[in-house]
Design a protein around this ligand. Structure first.
Ligand code: SAM
Ligand code: SF4
Length: 347
C-alpha cells in the first residue's frame, strides 16, 4: 500500500522529528518474532503463530533500511532485538553491514543470553558494541517456571561470555512480578555488582500476548527502590538525557571499567519518560512503529518490494514519526493494548 503523503509539513531537517519536538535517533530493529524461551509476561507456553518467513525482511532488506535510517534520517544508535535476535541466522552479517555505515552507529543487542557464550566473540568482531541480557531470577528452578525452559545455566554463561568478549558494560534487564520473583531484587543486584554487570529493573508493561497484565499487580519503580534500601542508593548526578532508565549509584562498588557502580529502574508505567523518547522501531516484517504502544504502523516492506527509492522510504519513515503521540497513555481510560505482543514488536 502506498504511504499517504504528509498532511502537514514534516519539519526537522530530514530527521525523524515529531510534532512535540522530539527527534528519534535510536532505532530498535526486531530481527525475528520467534524465541527459544516463553517468559510468562511476554508469550504463552505454547508459543505464538510465528510470522511467515516470506513476510520477514531479508537480511539485505534489513540492511538497506538501517542504512537509510543512518545515512538519511540521523539515526545514531541501532539495537537489535526480537523475539530472540541471536537465533536469527543472518545476525552476524546484519551487524557487520551496519558497522560499515557512516557515521558509524553504536550497535547493541538485547538478548535472553542463550547462545551468547558462543556468539559474543563473533558479534564483537562483526562490530557489536554492547549487550543487554535479560535475567529475572538467580534460581534455575524459578527460571524454568518463568520461561518454561531449563536454560538458566546458558544465560549465565552468555553473560560471562559477553563480558569476556569485551561487550561492556554488560547490562542485565530484569522484570519483577509480584509474588513470583519480587523477593529477588537485592540478590539480583548483589549478583550484578559481584560480576561487574549493570542491572536495570523494568516495570512490567501491558504488552503480553495473553493480555493478562494488571496495573494493580505490577511491581512499581517505587516498590523496587524500597526493596533496594539496604544498598543505600544515591541519586546519580549524571544527567539521564533520553535514557529510559533512572539510575542510582551503589556506594562501595565499581563496575568492570572501574566507574562507580549503578543500578537503573525503567518506570515506563509509573514514571513515564515519553517526553524525552528518542526511539523509532522497525518490526521483523518491516513495519515502522513510532512507539512501543502505537496501535498503527507504517509499511516499509511494501515500499521496498514495490521498488521504492531510498528517499521515498525515508519520507514514509519521517511521516510515520511525525504522527507519534505525546505519550503512551497507559493510564487513560481509552488506552488500548497494541495487537502485537512485545515479542513481535521488539522490546
Ligand atoms: N528475547 C530478548 C530478551 O528477552 O532480551 C529480546 C526481546 S524481549 C521482548 C526485550 C525485553 O523486553 C526483555 O528484557 C524482556 O524482559 C522485556 N519484556 C518482555 N515483555 C515485557 C513486558 N510485558 N513488560 C516489560 N518488559 C518486557
Ligand atoms: Fe523470548 Fe525475550 Fe519474550 Fe522472553 S522476553 S519470551 S526471551 S522474546
Amino acid at each position: 500500500m502506498p504511504v499517504e503523503p504528509p498532511r502537514e509539513p514534516v519539519r526537522g531537517g530530514g530527521l525523524l522529528a515529531d510534532r512535540f519536538g522530539r527527534v528519534a535517533t535510536d532505532l530498535r530493529v526486531s530481527l525475528t518474532d520467534r524465541c527459544n524461551l516463553r517468559c510468562t509476561y511476554c508469550m504463552p507456553e505454547e508459543g505464538l503463530a510465528w510470522m511467515p518467513r516470506e513476510q520477514q525482511l531479508t537480511d539485505d532488506e534489513v540492511g538497506r533500511l538501517i542504512r537509510i535510517a543512518v545515512e538519511r534520517l540521523g539515526v545514531t544508535d541501532v539495537r537489535f532485538t526480537g523475539g530472540e535476535p541471536v537465533i536469527r541466522r543472518g545476525l552476524l552479517g546484519i551487524v557487520a553491514a551496519a558497522a560499515t555505515l557512516q557515521p558509524r552507529p553504536k550497535l547493541s543487542i538485547t538478548t535472553n543470553g542463550i547462545g551468547l557464550e558462543r556468539m559474543a566473540g563473533p558479534l564483537r568482531d562483526a562490530g557489536l558494541d554492547r549487550v543487554n541480557v535479560s535475567l529475572d531470577t538467580l534460581s534455575p528452578t524459578r527460571f524454568e517456571q518463568l520461561t518454561h525452559r531449563d536454560r538458566h545455566a546458558d544465560v549465565l554463561k552468555g553473560l560471562a561470555g559477553a563480558a569476556a568478549a569485551g561487550l561492556t558494560p554488560v547490562k542485565i534487564n530484569t522484570v519483577l512480578m509480584r509474588g513470583i520473583n519480587d523477593d529477588e531484587a537485592p540478590a539480583l543486584l548483589q549478583f550484578a555488582l559481584d560480576h561487574g554487570y549493570q542491572l536495570r529493573f523494568i516495570e512490567q508493561m501491558p504488552l503480553d500476548a495473553q493480555h493478562q497484565w494488571d496495573r494493580h499487580e505490577m511491581v512499581t519503580a517505587e516498590a523496587i527502590l524500597a526493596s533496594l534500601e539496604p544498598f543505600g542508593l544515591v541519586p546519580d548526578s549524571v544527567s539521564r538525557g533520553t535514557a529510559p532508565a533512572e539510575t542510582w549509584l551503589v556506594p562501595g562498588y565499581v563496575d568492570a571499567a572501574g566507574n562507580p557502580a549503578r543500578v537503573g529502574v525503567i518506570g515506563t508505567v509509573t514514571r513515564p519518560f515519553c517526553g524525552n523518547c528518542d526511539r523509532t522501531r522497525l518490526t521483523a516484517d518491516g513495519q515502522v512503529r513510532n512507539c512501543l504502544f502505537a496501535t498503527g504502523e507504517t509499511d516499509l516492506r511494501g515500499l521496498l518490494r514495490e521498488g521504492a527509492g531510498d528517499e521515498a522510504i525515508a519520507d514514509a519513515w519521517r511521516v510515520a514519526m511525525w504522527g507519534k503521540k505525546a505519550g503512551h497513555g497507559i493510564d487513560d481510560s481509552s488506552f488500548l493494548q497494541p495487537d502485537r505482543p512485545m515479542s513481535a514488536i521488539g522490546g
